[in-house]
Write a protein that binds this ligand. Structure first.
Ligand code: BGN
Length: 283
């Protein structure tokens, strides 16, 4: 269906987008000798900084994808290869941000997400932010990368966990917030250094701030995880149980309201905005 209200793009009047392409299961591919140049070539309508908007209609949805990253170029290439066409089929306005942690101090996934939120919101008033692990590839086009009434946990069925939730409150992998929902939970914690627990903390924040978690069905929320050995510099965090015990007291003090970082560079690459940041280290 096409809606009455059009918008002007140059001299052309465009109608609002409605999903016409049949969305469904996707055969995720990992071509052996894939190069980034090839991904660029396959996405001619993506502009500098990894931005895209539908050519023939006006999308009312604007989604930023935030990907925390360090030393996973190989995964990033396959994610971009699969994610760009996935988002284009959904006819979204979108932008992809890769937030790269500089240096070799312990990795901090949640703090990088906070940086991504801050930096993305400087560029545009995104309706929705998807916080996305670099090694997860969505397998069904009906897993819409748009926001809802409550925060969304999109990766409800990852192959590594047998395509079901590993436990009921699992909030890891891919999740989505409107800016308002993000501010309501005070963003993500800044003090989880290393692997584990930060996603549980974020899930707790959603509930503590009076919201619930929405999830796509396990038919739509399917993801393939790219196999990898544990990262150097992202060892399991021995403090995670203690931190998780304290989320109830800590979430209002630690989050987007006390975020400090040093922006080292922001480059608009053909497939994504590359943000390199010094986020410090575990005190
Ligand atoms: C959990 C981790 C999550 C991780 C999932 C799936 C913790 C906190 C202590 C209970 N949580 O156990 O961070 O995403 O496993 O791997 O370790």
């Amino acid at each position: 269906l096409s809606l009455k209200a059009g918008s002007r793009e140059g001299s052309q009047t465009l109608t609002n987008c409605s999903i016409i392409s049949p969305l469904g299961p996707i055969r995720v591919q990992f071509p052996k000798s894939l190069t980034l140049e090839e991904v660029i070539r396959k996405n001619p309508d993506v502009t500098q900084g990894g931005l895209y908007k539908p050519l023939n209609c006006t999308s009312r949805k604007k989604t930023a994808i935030i990907i925390p990253h360090r030393n996973r170029e190989h995964h990033l290439k396959y994610l971009l290869y699969n994610l760009h066409p996935f988002l284009q089929l959904q006819q979204l306005n979108y932008g992809i941000y890769v937030i790269h942690q500089a240096g070799s101090f312990t990795f901090n996934r949640a703090k990088l997400m906070n940086v991504g939120f801050k930096e993305a919101m400087k560029d545009d008033d995104w309706d929705c932010l998807f916080f996305h692990d670099v090694d997860l590839i969505p397998e069904d086009g009906r897993n819409l990368y748009t926001c809802d009434r409550f925060p969304k946990h999109a990766s409800s069925a990852i192959d590594k966990f047998g395509y079901v939730l590993p436990y009921g409150s699992y909030f890891g992998g891919v999740c989505a917030f409107t800016p308002k929902q993000y501010m309501q939970i005070n963003g993500f914690p800044n003090n989880y250094w290393g692997w584990g627990g930060e996603d549980d903390d974020i899930g707790n924040r959603v509930v503590l701030s009076g919201m619930s978690v929405l999830r796509p069905s396990i038919v739509y929320g399917r993801y393939k995880m790219i196999q990898h050995s544990p990262d150097k510099g992202n060892e399991a965090n021995p403090e995670r149980w203690d931190l998780l015990d304290k989320t109830g007291q800590a979430w209002r003090q630690d989050g987007i309201n006390n975020l400090h970082y040093k922006l080292l560079s922001k480059e608009l690459l053909p497939l994504y905005a590359n943000i390199t940041v010094d986020i410090g280290f575990r005190p």
